[in-house]
Design a protein around this ligand. Structure first.
Ligand code: I3S
Length: 128
């Protein structure tokens, strides 16, 4: 593995636009509220930012791109969950703390790549 995986700057694994809704917080069910989110997989975390397209150019500066939220993938579970939505290509991510998210894309290949990449990070953390 590269030097960065041994305690320096975390490695950027993947970034892109997905539809997202949080459906549970600490095990308590939440009302769905789908919105586009800029999703970044870096190190052991999945980090959510506001959709850059919905922001003004001035607000989309590196120093200004504060995450909306972030998910620790250690011990997390990932499942395809098309039964949880009328949308296609939906998977559910559940954290050890009982936060649950649905992530979705209209593009089959794209959502499969996200699923595989997130699962590989979870598997790597399980082995640590
Ligand atoms: O699983 P649900 O409750 O049918 O999810 C839909 C609703 O959350 C709906 O919002 P309101 O019931 O607050 O109007 C959303 O607009 C839909 O997008 C949700 O369903 P999908 O099938 O899109 O996940």
């Amino acid at each position: 593995s590269s030097p960065d995986s041994e305690g320096g700057t975390p490695e950027l694994e993947k970034a892109g636009l997905l539809n997202k809704t949080k459906i549970a917080e600490g095990g308590r069910k939440l009302r769905k509220n789908w919105s586009p989110s800029w999703v970044v997989l870096v190190g052991n975390s999945l980090v959510f930012f506001k959709d850059p397209k919905s922001q003004t150019p001035a607000s989309w500066r590196p120093g200004n791109s504060r995450p909306e939220s972030s998910v620790d993938l250690r011990g997390a579970k990932l499942h395809w969950a098309n039964e949880l939505s009328s949308k296609k290509n939906v998977f559910r991510l559940r954290t050890v703390t009982g936060n649950e998210f649905l992530l979705q894309s209209e593009t089959d290949s794209l959502i499969k790549e996200w699923f595989t990449t997130i699962q590989s990070v979870i598997d790597r953390l399980d082995r640590d």
